[in-house]
Design a binder for this molecule. Structure first.
Ligand code: NI
Length: 191
């Protein structure tokens, strides 16, 4: 088990477009170890996802997993998913406002508009191609991680800066209304 340091906003690698991983590189011990480290680091930090550039490696690889997550208790479960070279295409114009946080942006949350229905294509860690439809908060999580690989942070997508809160003030003043709205949304959309 190897938990790596998570880089925070201001580190230049978070603002670079990470590069594609080719099939020969994906099977190397180095890249497979990187994927193991991403999983360990994501789990140790209770993250819903982690992109390789968040631990300083500018490759298009991210991990996503949601179980009983204390940071995001309202998120539907997502089994451990490793995405390599992911490409996301929105299926329609439906969007939802999601209150997000990020391990690279300590103690800040804000409202971000995300596509509700997306098609995601990626390779898994064994190089097998996947082509999936993801919806709702799960679609939002995939968009957040793919943004990282393009050098974007959720901060860039917050259209109303008055929605920025610390985690403490979110809990005190905003959590209940958000959870009520998003629970209804999850019920409707299904994930
Ligand atoms: Ni993030």
């Amino acid at each position: 088990m190897s938990v790596r340091e998570i880089l925070t906003v201001g580190h230049p690698v978070l603002r670079e477009r990470a590069r594609e991983v080719d099939a020969d590189e994906l099977v190397t011990a180095e890249v497979q170890q990187l994927i193991d480290d991403l999983v360990d680091t994501m789990r140790a930090a209770n993250g819903a996802g982690l992109a390789a550039n968040q631990i300083g490696v500018p490759l298009r690889i991210a991990t996503i997993e949601v179980n009983d997550n204390p940071r995001y208790p309202y998120k539907p479960r997502i089994p451990l998913t490793v995405v390599v070279n992911p490409v996301i295409v929105p299926l329609d114009d439906e969007v939802v406002e999601i209150n997000e946080g990020c391990l690279s942006v300590p103690n800040l949350r804000g409202d971000v508009r995300r596509h509700v229905n997306v098609r995601v294509r990626y390779l898994d860690r064994d190089g097998v191609a996947h082509d999936e439809i993801r919806r709702g908060l799960t679609a939002g999580t995939f968009q957040h991680e793919c943004d990282h690989l393009d050098g974007r942070l959720f901060l860039d997508r917050v259209t109303d800066p008055t929605t920025f809160t610390t985690w403490e003030q979110f809990e005190r003043f905003h959590r209940d209304a958000f959870v009520e709205r998003i629970t209804e949304f999850v019920r409707r959309v299904g994930s």
